[in-house]
Design a protein around this ligand. Structure first.
Ligand SMILES: [Zn+2]
Length: 272
């Protein structure tokens, strides 16, 4: 099911994935000045096709290669003759049929392969120039897009929520923090998050998230210095066991938050 509405000249396409009456998740695609940003998951394709048929799309820019952002890119490639851009590192991933675990195939559908083109430092939509900012941490091929004149920022999956409780084993909290710091050096107001949607006080919320992560890092490092193991720190700081941990067989876990902070600390110490 999708809902379409406008915010600051951006068409927000809010997709809700429901399976056997249970809400699996919300994921957005955005259309701005003829540029489609992300393409939703494959399981929403039947809902998204009428939107693609009713709206003029000149080009597609993908924030990263995850299947809930790239699921209908193959449909667009086959049915609309428009270029699809993404970070260099995501191109070979998307040129292959889906290589992600079963539980994600069940949640989001099975993405088909498609051919993407590499993004440069900027990308031009119909009448606006967007700056492409490399923001790894959630994914190695993750980018954000900013239109500096109007202060609108598309953050892909970098924000999600102010308080991070679980991450994937491929993510890194220190890298996410660096990417947030990088974004905060720009002048922007609102953000468009691929799962939380339009956030008017985007800059304030981003600062809140960075603040939370900085405190968390401090706590993890202190406990580690006191001699606690990664498992013990995880148990102490993250008591709640979210269902996704079991469903994903540990691909998602709060443990990865602790691990990524400690391994970064070791790296910093080794560099001294
Ligand atoms: Zn993602």
């Amino acid at each position: 099911m999708i809902q379409v509405y406008g915010r600051e000249d951006v068409t927000c396409v809010e997709g809700k994935v429901v399976r056997s009456g249970r809400k699996e998740g919300t994921v957005y695609a955005f259309l701005v000045d003829g540029m489609l940003i992300d393409t939703g998951p494959k399981c929403l394709e039947a809902d998204l096709i009428p939107f693609y048929e009713d709206n003029l799309i000149d080009l597609v820019t993908l924030t990263h290669s995850h299947e809930d952002h790239t699921g209908t890119a193959s449909w667009i490639q086959e049915n609309r003759n428009v270029p699809i851009y993404m970070h260099d590192k995501g191109i070979s991933i998307c040129a292959q049929p889906c290589s992600y675990p079963k539980y994600r195939q069940i949640s989001w559908g099975v993405r088909n392969a498609f051919k993407a083109l590499p993004l440069g430092d900027t990308i031009q939509s119909r009448s606006q120039e967007w700056k492409v900012i490399y923001t790894p941490g959630h994914a190695d091929d993750h980018i954000s897009l900013i239109h500096e004149e109007t202060g609108r920022l598309f953050t892909g999956d970098l924000f999600l929520a102010p308080k991070t409780k679980v991450i994937m084993n491929s993510e890194s909290i220190p890298l996410i923090m660096n990417s947030i710091r990088m974004l905060l050096s720009y002048d922007f107001g609102s953000i468009f998050c691929s799962h939380a949607g339009y956030i008017q006080d985007g800059k304030g919320m981003m600062k809140q998230k960075l603040n939370y992560l900085e405190n968390l890092c401090g706590e993890v490092k202190n406990l580690h210095q006191e001699g606690l193991s990664i498992a013990e720190i995880n148990k102490k700081l993250f008591q709640k066991k979210y269902p996704i941990i079991a469903v994903s067989e540990g691909e998602w876990d709060s443990l990865h938050i602790v691990t990524s902070i400690i391994s970064d600390e070791k790296l910093t110490i080794a560099k001294r």
